[in-house]
Design a protein around this ligand. Structure first.
Ligand code: A2P
Length: 278
């Protein structure tokens, strides 16, 4: 699918992108280029991933117009506050080697809330300057979103959260829907753990598609956008080949897989190590 979703601010974002957590220096180049060749037009990174420079270079070397590729990056937990966030952004922009970042996110909600709100005001400033096209958050729970909504006119257009059949966060999604905040699912395949689930296996056989395609198609049908990770060219291609329709009963069967099973870090205990547990 090369379709895009319109965000609250009028920006349009590709529905499928490549997640790049743990893509090391030697695999980033080939993986990003494979994704671009397969039709991906969104690459998701973060300052903490350590691969922004390699991603920026791979995009330039692909020969695809910069304007056609949507780049997301994120401010890390140690860089909260107004000026630290501006400085962290400038460093990310320089590493990516771009004039403008398409989507800039607060990577994790951090305490105290006042500092996080200062970071949000820095993101608004970056958006107003035109250095960033759209601004959002990641790993926010309802209480964190509420703090932003109550203190600012400008709300995040995206919340990038852990979301997969085993961990669906229905209350959070309901709140987001109410405010027009799009859910971007990280670990949309539950880090690969949902692929052998009997429900997914049955739907995969029924529709003649791979297990990952069933799960990603379900996310899109439920109005989310996704950033699956893979370093394998065939699986990368499979994960954006989602033009088939599943009837409501099949989608509901995937809904019924929810176990409220979080696989990554809890937002109230954001990772402090170099790499987030995503
Ligand atoms: P690999 O890199 O070997 O393809 P998530 O995006 O939920 O974090 O899941 C990522 C995991 O799922 C990785 O281990 C990845 O392994 C695996 N994966 C990604 N796409 C597919 C696919 N189409 N089929 C099977 N496994 C996949």
């Amino acid at each position: 699918v090369s379709e895009r979703t319109e965000l609250l601010d009028g920006t349009s974002i590709p529905k499928v992108g490549l997640g790049s957590l743990r893509l090391g220096p030697d695999e980033t180049d080939a993986t990003v280029k494979a994704a671009l060749r397969s039709g991906y037009r969104l690459i998701d990174t973060a300052s903490v991933y350590g691969n922004e420079a390699a991603i920026g270079r791979a995009v330039r070397e692909s020969g695809i117009d910069r304007d056609e590729v949507f780049l997301t990056t994120k401010v890390w937990n140690g860089d909260h506050g107004y000026q630290p966030t501006i400085d962290a952004f400038e460093a990310s922009r320089a590493r990516l080697g771009v004039d403008r970042v398409d989507l800039y996110l607060i990577h994790w909600p951090v305490a105290p809330v006042e500092r996080m709100l200062e970071s949000w005001s820095a993101l608004i400033e970056l958006r107003k300057r035109g250095d960033v096209r759209a601004i959002g958050v990641s790993n926010f729970m309802v209480k964190h979103l509420r703090a932003v909504v109550e203190n600012f006119d400008e709300v995040p257009v995206v919340n990038q959260i852990e979301c997969h059949p085993l961990f669906q966060q229905p209350e959070l999604e309901a709140y987001q829907r109410e405010h027009g905040i799009v859910t971007q699912a990280w670990a949309p395949l539950g880090k690969g753990r949902v692929l052998e689930h009997p429900t997914v296996a049955a739907l995969s056989a029924k529709h003649g598609v791979g297990a990952a395609q069933v799960v990603l198609n379900w996310h899109l049908a439920r109005g989310r956008i996704v950033i699956p990770k893979s370093t394998n060219a065939e699986r990368i291609a499979q994960n954006i080949d989602l033009d088939f329709e599943m009837p409501e009963a099949d989608l509901a069967a995937v809904d019924a897989m929810n176990e409220d099973l979080r696989l990554g870090s809890h937002p109230d205990a954001p990772p402090t190590n170099a790499l987030p547990e995503q």
